[in-house]
Design a protein. Structure first.
Length: 466
C-alpha cells in the first residue's frame, strides 16, 4: 500500500476510535453503584429470604431493603446517571464520514490515480474542542453523584417507614396485652361484686361491673383490629400478601442505644445529611453547566482529509464560528439562574433540616424523660393504689366507681409508657433519616458509610454492613 494511503487510513482510524474524557472520580462512582447493585443482580429471579418464625425489627428491615420497588427504582436511576457520564465526555463528539470516488477519465488513467478517498466528520455535528467534552463529563458526574445521594436518602426514608410501622405494630400488640390484663381484672372485680350481692350488697355494683367488663372486651376487640391493620401495612412494605401471618413482638422492643451526646449528633447531622449532599452535587453540576455554557463562544471544527492516488493529497479544516451572541448569552444567563436557584434552595434546606433535627432530638429526649418518670415513679404507685383499692372494695370500704377510677388510672399509665417508648423509637428513626447514618455507627468511624443496600447488625444485602 502507498505511503499516502497508509497515512490517510491511520488518520481516519484515529478520528474514529474515540475516547472518553470523563473525570477521574467516575471510577469511584462505578465501583459504588456496582457494590450497591449486588442485591439486584439476579433481577426478578433473585431469592428473597423468608422471615423467621418470630421476626424482630432487623429481620423486617432486611427484607424491606431487598424487595422495595421504589428503592430499587432509585438505584437504577443512579446507575443510569453513572452510565451517562462516559457518553457525555466522549470525544470526538461527531461521527466519521468516509467517501470513495473513482474517476472515469479519457486518456486511460486507471487504478490508484483515479481513486479519491475522503475522510471528514459528520457536517450535522461538527467536532468540538476536547474541553467541552471534559466539562460536559463533569456535569454528568455531578448528576450521578447527586443520584447516588438520593439513593442513600431513599434508603433511610424506607428505613424510617419500616421502623415506624414496626413501632406502631409493637405498640398495638402491647395495648392488646394491657387491655387483656384489664379485662381479666374487671372479670375478677365482677366476681367480687357478685359475691357482695349474694351477701346482701347493692345490685347496682354488679350491673356496673358487668357493664364495665363488656366495654373493656369491646375495647379489646378494637385493639385487636388495630393489630391486624398494622400487620397488613407492614406486609405491604415487605411485598407480602396483606393477610400473611406476621407475629408481633412478644413484648415491647428494647430501646435502641443512642450513646452520643446531643452536640455530636447535631454535628453529624449537618455533615452527613444525604439530601443536602445531593443538593451540593447539584450546585457543583450547575457550576460546571455554567462553564459549559460559556464555552459555547469557542468554535467547532470540521477537519477533512482527501487523497487522490499520487495526483493530489489534501488536508482541510472548516471552522464553525459562533456569531449568535443573543443565543449564547441567553444560555449563560439561564445556567447562572439555575445555579443561583440551587444555591438558594441548598441554603434554605440546610436551615430547615438543622431545625428539624434539633426539634426531633428535643422530642426524643422528652420521650426518654417521660418514660423514666412513668416507669420508675408513677407506675409503681398506680399498682400499689390498685392493689389497695381491690382489698378495700372486697371489704366494702370503697365504692365501685372509686375502684374503676383506680383501675382506669393503672391502665392509662401502662399505655402511656408504651406510647412514650415507641414514640422515642420513631423519633430515633427520624433522626437517622435526617442525619443519614445508623445510630449503631455513631462513635465508630472504622465502619464504612456507603449508600449500598444494607441492613443492620451484621446483615448485608449487596455490600458491606453499615
Amino acid at each position: 500500500m502507498k505511503a499516502n494511503t497508509i497515512w490517510a487510513v491511520c488518520a481516519a482510524a484515529c478520528l474514529a476510535a474515540g475516547c472518553s474524557l470523563e473525570p477521574a472520580a467516575t471510577k469511584g462512582q462505578r465501583e459504588q453503584v456496582g457494590k450497591a447493585g449486588r442485591a439486584y443482580a439476579a433481577g426478578e429471579k433473585r431469592t428473597i429470604p423468608d422471615l423467621p418464625a418470630q421476626p424482630d425489627w432487623r429481620d423486617v428491615l432486611h427484607r424491606a431493603f431487598l424487595v422495595n420497588g421504589q428503592l430499587e427504582a432509585t438505584y437504577y436511576e443512579w446507575r443510569a446517571a453513572v452510565d451517562r457520564v462516559a457518553p457525555a465526555a466522549a470525544w470526538p463528539n461527531s461521527n466519521l464520514m468516509l467517501g470513495y470516488d473513482y474517476a472515469f477519465m479519457k486518456g486511460g488513467m486507471k487504478g490508484w490515480n483515479a481513486t479519491t478517498l475522503t475522510a471528514t466528520v459528520d457536517p450535522a455535528m461538527m467536532l468540538s474542542l476536547p474541553v467541552k467534552a471534559e466539562t460536559a463529563g463533569k456535569v454528568a458526574l455531578a448528576e450521578a453523584q447527586a443520584a447516588g445521594k438520593r439513593f442513600e436518602a431513599a434508603k433511610f426514608t424506607l428505613q424510617q417507614a419500616v421502623l415506624s410501622a414496626w413501632a406502631d405494630y409493637a405498640l398495638a400488640a402491647e395495648k392488646v396485652r394491657v387491655q387483656g390484663e384489664s379485662v381479666a381484672l374487671l372479670a375478677s372485680v365482677s366476681e367480687i361484686a357478685a359475691q357482695r350481692v349474694r351477701a346482701g350488697g347493692p345490685q347496682q355494683d354488679l350491673l356496673k361491673a358487668q357493664t364495665a367488663l363488656e366495654l373493656a372486651r369491646n375495647d379489646l376487640g378494637n385493639l385487636e383490629s388495630d393489630v391486624r391493620q398494622g400487620q397488613a401495612m407492614l406486609n405491604g412494605l415487605l411485598a407480602r400478601a396483606p393477610q400473611t401471618p406476621l407475629p408481633p413482638p412478644a413484648r415491647l422492643p428494647a430501646p435502641r442505644g443512642l450513646h452520643a451526646d446531643d452536640a455530636t449528633l447535631i454535628a453529624l447531622a449537618v455533615r452527613n445529611n444525604p439530601e443536602l449532599a445531593a443538593m451540593a452535587h447539584d450546585v457543583a453540576g450547575r457550576t460546571d453547566a455554567l462553564e459549559l455554557a460559556r464555552l459555547a463562544y469557542l468554535p467547532d471544527f470540521s477537519p477533512q482529509v482527501s487523497v487522490t492516488g499520487n495526483v493530489q493529497q489534501m488536508v482541510g479544516l472548516m471552522v464553525n464560528v459562533p456569531v449568535n451572541d443573543v443565543k449564547i448569552r441567553g444560555g449563560i444567563n439561564a445556567a447562572d439562574s439555575a445555579l443561583r436557584q440551587s444555591r438558594a434552595m441548598t441554603r434554605q434546606t440546610r436551615a430547615d433540616r438543622a431545625a428539624q433535627f434539633v426539634a426531633t432530638l428535643y422530642a426524643l429526649r422528652n420521650h426518654e424523660r417521660q418514660t423514666a418518670l412513668l416507669q420508675d415513679k408513677i407506675l409503681p404507685a398506680a399498682k400499689q393504689t390498685w392493689e389497695a383499692s381491690v382489698k378495700a372494695y372486697s371489704a366494702a370500704g370503697i365504692s365501685f366507681s372509686e375502684l374503676t377510677d383506680t383501675q382506669r388510672m393503672l391502665l392509662q399509665v401502662q399505655v402511656m409508657i408504651a406510647e412514650a417508648r415507641m414514640a422515642r423509637e420513631k423519633r430515633l428513626a427520624e433522626l437517622e433519616t435526617l442525619a443519614g447514618l445508623d445510630v449503631e455507627t455513631v462513635g465508630n468511624p472504622q465502619k464504612e458509610k456507603s449508600p449500598q443496600v444494607t441492613t443492620r447488625q451484621g446483615k448485608t444485602s449487596g455490600g458491606d454492613t453499615k
